[in-house]
Design a protein. Structure first.
Length: 140
């Protein structure tokens, strides 16, 4: 089984060396074998695991979610368990999109109230930002 240095593994997976060490400390990646001189060595399967973690992070999964997905993968989990994690992530994204949309709508409304000319005093955008309640805005 070919063994790769941490630098090679990190580059092949598209992550930083410190990220590899962090994932190892957090238990997302098994402890690397060491050479006699102390260098970490990683197998191709470790590189694939690092890629999986990076891609799952890109989809917005938390490290906790990723750890669970890896546990399911390693322990023979079922598709319904993985699907439930994906559904929870989709629901979270939908909530964030609603929040961002509400924030955008409020900012567009403030921007439309401002003519863009004159002194800053009385600027409807500044006054609107000071008066707005994000909690109220997000509850709409």
């Amino acid at each position: 089984m070919p063994q790769h240095t941490i630098g090679f593994a990190a580059k092949a997976a598209g992550v930083g060396i410190d990220t590899v060490r962090y994932y190892e400390r957090e238990g997302l990646l098994s402890r690397a074998q060491r050479t006699a001189s102390g260098y970490r060595l990683y197998a191709a399967s470790d590189v694939e695991r690092l890629r999986f973690i990076r891609q799952a992070k890109a989809l917005g999964f938390t490290l906790e979610d990723i750890a669970e997905l890896l546990r399911l993968q390693d322990g023979g989990g079922r598709r319904d368990q993985v699907r439930a994690r994906a559904r929870a992530r989709i629901d979270d994204l939908d909530r964030k999109l609603r929040e961002l949309s509400a924030i955008r709508d409020a900012l567009v409304a403030l921007e439309k109230q401002c003519c863009g000319n004159g002194p800053l005093a009385g600027c409807p955008i500044i006054e609107g930002v000071q008066a707005i309640s994000l909690k109220t805005l997000l509850e709409k």
